[in-house]
Design a binder for this molecule. Structure first.
Ligand SMILES: [Zn+2]
Length: 238
């Protein structure tokens, strides 16, 4: 995956102690099982290794390592500690057995703009492809991950629209099937992500079963073709 910031200020160290990954790693394992993080060359040919999790430890961002999402069960050798993020000059200072995730800047955007964010989860799942049916905070479709434009979009959503920070979710329209959730606990960040997945899955199930009465299930003013519903159904069964 292409790194869009300078990650050369990294000091390689021994793997982190198991106690440091005790909270975050079970979520990572669970998400890998659900394929919300992982590797998929068919769905995501541009960025086949996808998804990353982070938490605040002290003043630093503890985050899954670059290119590690294909690993089924991670351990202390798959994380990095980011001590300094300089978003103006576009570099980070970090240490650990691997370099930090290529999406470190996105995580940093949330932490710097939302006071109570202590955990940030970023994942991809085709079930979320119907985001235009919901009114959720969404970044511009031309904003690619890790770019200055994406950072500006986060700022626009989080700084200038208070409601969004409480929804604890951002849809990344220009980063296929990508979403970011956060919380003051890992459980909150995970809950938001699970809720959204459930919402999409239930809606697709209902529309597939009973498309004739689609207005019963669709949010007001929204529409979706049956072809699209069918396509989603197949994607989710895969
Ligand atoms: Zn991503």
């Amino acid at each position: 995956m292409a790194i869009k910031f300078d990650n050369t200020r990294h000091t390689f160290t021994a793997p982190f102690d198991e106690s440091l990954i005790a909270i975050i790693n079970p979520y990572r394992t669970h998400y890998h099982k659900k394929k919300w993080i992982g590797e998929n060359r068919i769905l995501y040919p541009k960025e086949p290794v996808y998804g990353n999790l982070s938490q605040i430890i002290g003043e630093s961002i503890f985050i899954s390592g670059s290119g590690t999402s294909s690993v089924e069960i991670a351990d202390g050798s798959h994380y990095a500690m980011v001590e300094i993020v300089n978003s103006l000059e576009n570099w980070v200072k970090s240490y650990g057995p691997v370099k930090p995730s290529s999406e470190t800047m996105t995580h940093h955007s949330v932490y710097s703009l939302v006071d109570d964010a202590k955990f940030v989860f970023h994942s991809h799942y085709p079930g979320w492809r119907i985001h235009d049916l919901f009114d959720l905070p969404t970044t511009h479709e031309d904003a690619d991950y890790g770019t200055q434009f994406m950072a500006e979009e986060f700022e626009r959503l989080l700084l200038h629209n208070k409601i969004n920070t409480q929804q604890r979710i951002i849809i990344m329209a220009g980063h296929e099937d990508g979403i970011v959730t956060w919380g003051d606990s890992a459980l909150t960040a995970a809950f938001v992500m699970h809720q959204y997945a459930k919402k999409c899955e239930i809606l697709i199930g209902n529309l597939f079963r009973d498309y004739e009465h689609k207005e019963k299930y669709l949010p007001k003013g929204k529409d979706i073709s049956f072809e699209k519903v069918e396509e989603m159904k197949i994607l989710l069964a895969a």
